[in-house]
Design a protein around this ligand. Structure first.
Ligand SMILES: *Cc1c(COP(=O)(O)O)cnc(C)c1O
Length: 390
């Protein structure tokens, strides 16, 4: 998807994309992954620590013995049982593996897309909830969070009652706001929802609170996790835990070899070294606290509490300062995520991955320089650059 420039030439032959491809797909823009070569990359919640050399060497040696001429065994029984044990998936829950949790979201959306079906999520939240629902042909309803990014209990329960959603997605902690929703309100949502409630725990290593123990217990609760934010984003492995009758249906939609043999073997190998990833997560939680403290000392910034490995901060000096600071950071080779156009609630907000101590120091240094030359536009003045973008 990244770096592919659209071809504007006419294709030889008869067919043109415009007459064959779905209209909603034609109208979409591709998921943008910015070019990050040579940049300090703090935009995608990646773990900053490479594998220790000895572990990488052992992994390479082991992977060399994996038979690439063979298809994966379609039931992934060994990896499933290893994951169950390592991640404390309760015996009452069935498990399904995905090529990242992105694929699991897409499978849930496809399997539930009956005519007229609705997918609901508090909003702003993870963009793939909306995207997968729409691509599957379902309606998507986003229920605005409160001003401090909490679940709007009344609005959520009213929307569930009105829309009768097939699926409610709850990111816990939420991306891009970083907070965990009130578990008591989640319980009310579980009780009120006529369909499934999927709790997306992508940031569980940094949140230290989980619904996993209840997967399989409550009939409409599914808990989704991923190895990505733990330090293995490139591996592409997510898992979904829930009551067997649901997983059995989703498994029919899952492409049969969706987890490749290298991912399977590497995950099995690395799950024996979870203590390393746990220690890294602990270090990142400490770095998160320090970064929040450092940002609080700076004028013109409001930083929000986070239970994830990223922080949401708002540039408060004036309207347009968020994108201006984003550009100034990029000029200093620091890449963060500009979420200011995602939702009006996120005006002038940037999302920053928590990195290593060294990376965070570099980020703060670049930020101070960026703030120094960010001309805070007088409030209310339209930002010409902003008006040009959708
Ligand atoms: C990053 C993220 C994911 C995607 O995880 P993959 O397993 O890498 O596909 C899922 N949900 C949320 C909320 C995320 O932020």
């Amino acid at each position: 998807m990244s770096g592919r420039s659209p071809t504007r030439r006419r294709l030889a032959g008869h067919a043109e994309p415009a007459s064959v491809i779905r209209e909603d797909v034609l109208a979409m823009s591709a998921y943008q992954v910015p070019d990050a070569i040579g940049m300090l990359k703090l935009d995608a919640m990646e773990n900053p620590f490479p594998l220790p050399a000895a572990l990488a060497g052992g992994l390479g040696h082991m992977l060399a013995g994996v038979p690439l001429n063979r298809y994966p065994l379609p039931d992934y029984a060994r990896l499933e049982s290893r994951l169950r044990e390592a991640m404390r998936v309760p015996a009452s829950a069935a498990l399904m593996l995905g090529n990242g949790s992105d694929e699991l979201i897409s499978i849930i959306a496809q399997a539930t897309a009956r005519p007229g079906a609705t997918v609901l999520s508090p909003w702003p939240s993870f963009v793939m909830f909306e995207m997968s629902a729409r691509l599957a042909g379902s309606r998507f309803v986003g229920v605005p969070l409160t001003a401090d990014f909490a679940l709007d209990r009344g609005a959520m329960l009213a929307a569930i009652d009105r829309e009768r959603p097939a699926v409610v997605f709850l990111a816990y902690p939420n991306n891009p706001t970083g907070n965990c929703f009130d578990p008591a309100v989640i319980d009310e949502i579980l009780a009120a929802a006529p369909g499934l409630v999927v709790i997306d725990e992508a940031y569980q290593p940094f949140a230290q609170h989980s619904f996993m123990a209840r997967a399989g217990e409550s009939s409409n609760l599914l808990v989704m996790r991923t190895m990505s934010k733990l330090g293995l984003a490139g591996l592409r492995l997510g898992y979904l835990a829930g009551a067997e009758p649901w997983i059995e249906q989703f498994d029919k939609v899952r492409p049969p070899y969706n987890v490749n043999v290298l991912t399977e073997a590497a995950a099995l190998y690395l799950l024996d070294h979870l203590d390393l990833f746990d220690a890294q997560a602990r270090e990142l939680r400490e770095q998160r606290a320090r970064l929040i403290e450092a940002l609080r000392l700076r004028a013109g910034i409001r930083v929000y509490e986070s239970r994830a490995n990223f922080l949401l901060m708002r540039l408060t000096a004036g309207h347009g300062c968020g994108p201006a600071v984003w550009r100034a950071l990029r000029e200093r080779r620091v890449l963060v995520k500009d979420v200011s156009r995602m939702h009006p609630m996120l005006a002038d907000c940037l999302r920053v991955t928590v990195g290593s101590a060294d990376e965070n120091a570099q980020f703060l240094d670049a930020l101070d320089r960026a703030l120094a030359d960010c001309p805070a536009p007088s409030s209310g003045a339209p930002d010409p650059d902003r008006a040009n973008r959708s």
